[in-house]
Design a protein around this ligand. Structure first.
Ligand code: PEP
Ligand code: MG
Length: 585
């Protein structure tokens, strides 16, 4: 057993198996290139993709904590957007360096420049720039496998945790963090507090003392770390951990607060997940349901379609974990900015407007057929609903439902048990679906508004293209009108209508969404408690008034101003009472 005294930066107690993250040595190809436009294109694509990823992180950090995490990520994003980052690289590519070489040399120079600065804050930015370099090299040379395979419940151990690590790793699987470097406000610490993960920094020797798979204990209050504890130490810690977990559960905000407005209107607060393992965690955060199971994410690392049995087990496990609460499984939304199985991968001029979502599944009905069998069968084990992504016409919805009927008939013939009454919904994320919402609502059981896509298609601003990102906003009055129109169509048809896009977790917008008649939202699990607090402080007449006000705004700026004024006036961003962070044991 080895004990280390470090600095606790995110409180809590946890034990688990170590997962050691070592820095990658990049093997950059040497030699000159003849294909300057090609290399430039590769660089621009890599840069745009990490900018898009970072934007999503900024948005979700904003949704779950108004404080420093979003600010730090914002500063990181500004660095990424700084023309200086790209200029040197483009120049080097113009002089026949390949893209990876140009990134290594060009951004390496900027890192050294920052490292030599007097100002401490600016010196610290060198780490961020190095991180940008690594992320670009990952894109250009291919991501190293491994990070995605981190087992659930792992204690992540690293020299320092960078933004790129939090993008690459599935942080939902990280139970604790130990780093050699960093302080209370380093990226690792902020992410840890944000996600309620116990963490310590300044564990100088940790990389020499621990190997992947070792048992590790973390006390995030005192900063104590114990590697390979003796049975006695493990037992004593286990007792402490049990008391701590009980107390924390008692105080967990999302679990104890009723999910309703101050004047008693019930709001379903669901979680978005990408794998069955995340369901239990969502429940722990107080989720009423799984409002969106992105089924394509569970196949992310595969180059082939998982068979029916694998999919069935995954949906069944999510349903069982939710103990009778609803799980809305979305059939695979592949294509565009999401990976498609290698065998089907295509290069397209306009991927967002191309071959994706239901379009692929109606073209390859074998994909849809297999998946629908798995979903219907899993319905025997819990409350599973299914929904189709990217529906842009009544014909598409009908075609998807025809396949569904074929699957049902075959299951009946085969004598396989399944849920005959599985509810069938659709994502509303394309303007044509909004315009036809009254007709679509007559042919399905529920709507789930996917604002991430609805914004891009409404504003004609690619959600991954930074050059037009100033146009991509969920405060755009046109987007709000689209939402309102969809809710009205659903109300008239007597079907449910929720929102599962990122904007559902935005504390500024949420009161207006509730005022528009949204009765269910689905968001990242860790945002649930914040949404509960916010909703419990709202009343419907005020929320409706706010909704009408923003719906009559002419500009995005006016909408944002109205929402900000409302937040200030009504103090809707109530401070959460004592959080688990503050539980001292
Ligand atoms: C959306 O478009 O809002 C959505 C939830 O789907 P995704 O982000 O997976 O495209
Ligand atoms: Mg979408």
């Amino acid at each position: 057993m080895t004990e280390i005294s470090a600095i606790g930066v995110s409180s809590g107690l946890v034990t688990g198996k170590a997962y050691v993250l070592r820095r990658r040595n990049y093997d950059v190809p040497q030699g000159r290139t003849d294909d300057i436009p090609g290399e430039l294109g590769r660089f621009e694509e890599a840069l745009a993709s990490i900018i898009a990823e970072t934007r999503v992180m900024v948005e979700s950090a904003r949704g779950c904590s108004p404080g420093s995490a979003a600010d730090i990520l914002d500063a990181y994003l500004s660095l990424l957007l700084d023309p200086v980052v790209g200029e040197g690289v483009r120049d080097l590519i113009g002089r026949s360096h390949n893209a990876a070489q140009a990134v290594k040399i060009g951004i390496g120079k900027i890192t050294s420049m920052f490292e030599g600065m007097e100002d401490e804050y600016m010196r610290d930015r060198a780490f961020d720039i190095m991180d940008i370099q690594n992320r670009l090299l990952d894109r250009l040379l291919g991501d190293e496998p491994g990070g995605g395979d981190i087992p659930p419940g792992s204690i992540l151990i690293a020299e320092e945790l960078a933004t790129s690590d939090t993008v690459k790793l599935d942080m939902e699987r990280v139970a604790g963090i130990i780093t050699v470097c960093g302080g209370r406000n380093s990226h690792a610490s902020i992410v840890a507090r944000n996600m309620d993960i116990p963490a310590v920094v300044g564990a100088a020797d940790i990389l020499n003392l621990v190997s992947t798979g070792d048992d590790v204990i973390i006390d995030g209050f005192s900063g104590e770390v114990c590697v390979c504890p003796t049975p006695e130490a493990a037992k004593s810690f286990g007792e402490r951990l049990e008391r701590y977990t009980r107390e924390k559960e008692r105080q967990r905000p999302g679990v104890n607060i009723p999910h309703e407005t101050a004047d008693g209107v019930q709001i379903t607060i669901g979680a978005n997940i990408g794998s069955s393992e995340e369901a239990a965690r969502a429940l722990g955060y107080g989720a009423d349901e799984i409002g969106l199971f992105r089924s394509e994410f569970m196949h992310d690392n595969l180059s082939y379609l998982p068979d029916e049995e694998t999919q069935f087990r995954s949906f069944r496990d999510a349903a069982s974990a939710m103990g009778g609460k609803t799980v809305a499984v979305r059939t695979m939304d592949l294509g565009a900015d999401k990976a498609f199985f290698q065998t089907h991968r295509l290069r397209e001029e306009n991927p967002a407007l191309g071959y994706r979502g239901i379009r692929i599944q109606l073209d390859h009905t074998e994909l849809l057929y297999t998946q629908l069998r798995a979903i219907l069968r899993a319905g025997s084990f819990g409350d599973i609903r299914l929904m189709f992504p990217m529906i842009s016409s009544v014909e598409e919805l009908r075609a998807a439902k025809t396949v569904l009927e074929e699957v049902k008939a075959d299951l009946r013939d085969d004598g396989v048990p399944f849920d005959e009454k599985t509810l069938v919904g659709m994502m509303v994320e394309v303007p044509s679906a909004v315009i036809m919402a009254d007709r679509l609502a007559k042919e399905c059981d529920f709507f789930s508004i996917g604002t991430n896509d609805l914004i891009q298609y409404t504003t004609a601003a690619d959600r991954t293209n930074t050059k037009v990102s100033h146009l991509y906003s969920h405060y755009h009055p046109a987007v709000l009108r689209m939402i309102r129109q969809t809710v009205t169509a659903a109300e008239n048809a007597g079907i449910g209508c929720g929102i599962c896009g990122e904007c559902a977790g935005d504390p500024l917008l949420l009161p207006a969404l509730i005022g528009m008649g949204i009765t269910s939202i689905s968001t990242a699990p860790r945002m649930i408690s914040q949404c509960c607090y916010l909703i419990s402080g709202l009343n419907m007449p005020q929320s409706r008034e706010l909704a009408n006000r923003v719906l009559s705004c002419a500009t995005t700026r006016e909408v944002k101003q109205s929402l900000t004024d409302f937040a200030k006036e009504r103090n809707t961003r109530r401070k959460a009472p004592q959080s688990p962070e503050e539980v001292k044991m």
